[in-house]
Design a protein around this ligand. Structure first.
Ligand SMILES: [Zn+2]
Length: 684
């Protein structure tokens, strides 16, 4: 790989089918698109014949050798995109006669016909041999595909593994023979987690670690320098299989830097603001769960592969916005996985070429690798151990929903950062959603509330009360009101201030909103009420957003359905202005974007005392002039995606409420602002 920001192009070629022409096309494409590494698919998707045999692998080894030789001498490396580990799905295929692998089994006892149990020793030996042979070709990376997981293995219900061997392990740890029904009922039991929950998560974790170790060690035995990369799925789903990110990546890496292809949530084009919700709630959260030394190459893909799925413009937007992850590059999967090869007519190569200088300049400058600043959004990789299920019927109830603030705050122009260690926080604004507060001791939570200002959703407030710690936020009890049952229809400002330019501003709270809590506060609590909830007859139903004892904002909404989406009703100007007002009063000393929905900020501090602010315009409207509250006076250095990699100097103009940078920012484009404190006042 040669550029600071690496393009890893995932290349599908069907050996023996147009391969001559496709290799010639690749030869041109890598130059046109400025590709740094070619990941050659083996036995992929439509062309997958099941778990490949040795002779079949020989065909791909020969293809990879041709690609390697083609790229040699041009500074372009090659890597291996082996497409299956345990196998994504059965898709009507079966294990071969010579493949005595144990199938994966779901919670109802249904066995897959092709997907295997990751603990199967025969399969582990097989997959280790496969990877060892790839490593002998000396690729830069051998990738482990995202079927390396327990969930999502069609036609199984959710996934596995509940095979006889796994049932024996669960039974051993439980100290008695267990049926699948009995075990699953325990794992999912509503309320306080049953001991079977921990058994499920521990055994699942160890299962995947043992498979990762088999692959990692096999590669390391052959080569000291071939990296093993993991393609991962959504962190909330991996939480339900007990994934230990640090241990798993390090078992694969075996002494080298861990490598992860973070999932980017958008195989098909969506509105960019919507995309950024997924990006912030999935990709950014995932980034925070990885060891800091991990090399990150997120997943650019336009499945099912054409401009009907994704435009060139949106592809560029994904490249630009991915910089917020501080990645080392990106994996690029743009064309059919059926042997059609590179499709020049789509024009993606031009987009890749045009966007590269900016990606290189920002990556090389290192400004996005500083310490992340912002509201500290709590998350925990082990939440599936502690969360309470509701109905107790589906494995999906084990998915934590902790990303709400991570999705909401940037959309409202407020920088945030995920935090897994609340014990270390002092003098910060900290945000908690879902059941994340179940993960730490009373002592840690007491310190957290003593030393910081908290934002709490309704469910976070409920968890505090259930733990007997309501006093930390002045709470006596919470009562849930279900949305659309008539109890509340809108929220109205009650603190006498104007928001969105109107007194007693209202924000709707029906249809596409969420449940809300009515809180009983402790008699000694000092309340500063911003809003109250009202029904359609203009009758007050409950307090709304309330700052308690100057230490915590109770934000009444909660019980959100999706771990990757904000209820649309909660996104509006009135609520954005209230939230920024609360944060200013709480002493948050960071720039916040004024009056530009989906102009999303990511803030970093460097060791030279400078601050970098990366702005992603995820609105479909352009911004004429970037307005920021809390930006200091003085000169700025700016890099704009529309200007390529060139830096410009601008001066901050003060406005009535904050500051303005007199530069426009187009829809789906980005800019990086950088300043050092005390660098001098505006000389004009
Ligand atoms: Zn099994």
């Amino acid at each position: 790989m040669k550029d600071p920001f690496a393009y890893i192009f995932r290349f599908c070629c069907d050996p023996g089918f147009n391969d001559q022409a496709e290799l010639a096309a690749l030869d041109r494409f890598v130059d046109k698109a400025l590709v740094d590494d070619v990941a050659v698919f083996a036995n992929v998707e439509e062309l997958n014949t099941g778990h490949m045999g040795r002779e079949e692998q020989d065909l791909y080894l020969a293809l990879m050798t041709r690609v390697r030789d083609l790229l040699a001498g041009r500074g372009i490396s090659f890597s291996v995109n082996q497409w299956h580990s345990v196998m994504h799905a059965d898709l009507g295929k079966r294990l071969g006669e010579e493949q005595p692998f144990r199938p994966m089994v779901d919670a109802h006892g249904r066995a897959a016909s092709l997907c295997v149990c990751p603990l199967c020793a025969e399969w582990q030996r097989y997959i280790a041999r496969l990877y060892a042979r790839y490593a002998m070709l000396d690729p830069s990376i051998v990738w482990v595909e995202d079927d390396f997981r327990l969930h999502n293995h069609e036609p199984l219900d959710w996934g596995g593994c509940f095979c006889e061997e796994h049932m024996k392990l669960y039974s051993q740890r439980a100290g008695k023979p267990l049926t699948r029904e009995e075990f699953v009922a325990g794992v999912l039991q509503p309320g306080e987690p049953h001991p079977y929950r921990k058994i499920w998560l521990d055994v699942s974790r160890e299962t995947m670690l043992s498979a990762a170790r088999a692959i990692g060690r096999a590669v390391r035995a052959v080569s000291p320098r071939v990296q093993v990369g993991l393609m991962s799925s959504t962190p909330h789903a991996h939480a339900a299989e007990g994934r230990d990110w640090y241990a798993l990546l390090r078992e694969l890496a075996q002494g080298l830097a861990p490598v992860d292809r973070i999932h980017l949530p958008g195989y098909q084009e969506t509105a960019p603001g919507q995309y950024m919700q997924g990006f912030n709630m999935v990709s950014m959260l995932n980034r925070a769960l990885l060891p800091p030394e991990t090399r990150v190459y997120p997943e650019l893909e336009n499945y099912p592969f054409s401009r009907y799925s994704k435009s060139r413009r949106f592809t560029r937007f994904q490249l630009l916005s991915a910089l917020a992850l501080a990645p080392d590059g990106i994996t690029i999967d743009l064309y059919d996985l059926n042997g059609n090869g590179i499709v020049w007519e789509e024009g993606y190569q031009t987009t890749l070429r045009a966007t590269k200088p900016y990606l290189n300049a920002l990556t090389e400058g290192g400004l996005l690798r500083g310490k992340r600043l912002g509201v500290q959004v709590l998350c925990c990789p082990d939440s599936a151990y502690t969360l309470h299920t509701d109905a107790g019927v589906s494995m999906e109830e084990l998915y934590p929903k902790e990303g709400f603030w991570g999705g909401l705050l940037p959309a409202m122009g407020i920088p945030c950062v995920y935090c897994t260690d609340p014990a270390a926080l002092r003098g910060q604004v900290v945000a908690a959603a879902g059941q994340v507060l179940r993960n730490w001791s009373d002592e840690v939570l007491e310190g957290l509330f003593r030393d910081n200002f908290l934002l709490l959703t309704g469910d976070a407030a409920q968890v505090l009360c259930e733990r007997g710690l309501g006093r930390l936020a002045g709470l006596e009890s919470v009562h849930w009101m279900r949305q659309n049952q008539g109890e509340y229809a809108f929220e109205q400002v009650t603190n006498g201030k104007e928001y969105a330019g109107r007194p007693r501003a209202r924000a709707s709270a029906v249809i596409s909103c969420s449940d809300a809590v009515a809180v009983t506060y402790r008699p000694d609590a000092e309340l500063f009420e911003y809003t109250a909830l009202y029904d359609s007859f203009r009758q007050r139903a409950a307090a709304g957003q309330v700052v308690v004892n100057g230490r915590a904002l109770v934000y009444p909404f909660g019980n959100f359905e999706s771990p990757v989406q904000i209820p649309p009703m909660l996104l509006n100007t009135v609520r954005a202005e209230i939230l920024q007002d609360v944060l200013r009063a709480a002493g948050l000393e960071l720039p916040m974007v004024e009056n530009s929905p989906y102009l999303e900020p990511y803030c970093f501090a460097d060791e030279a005392g400078g601050t970098a602010l990366y702005l992603v315009n995820a609105a479909t409207d352009p911004v004429d002039c970037v307005r920021l509250a809390g930006l200091p006076a003085g000169p700025l250095t700016v890099w704009r995606s529309e200007k390529g990699g060139e830096a410009e100097r601008v001066f901050v103009r003060h406005t009535k409420t904050g500051a303005a940078v007199d530069l426009p920012l187009n829809s789906m484009e980005t800019m990086l602002l950088y300043w050092r404190h005390g660098e001098g006042e505006d000389p004009e």
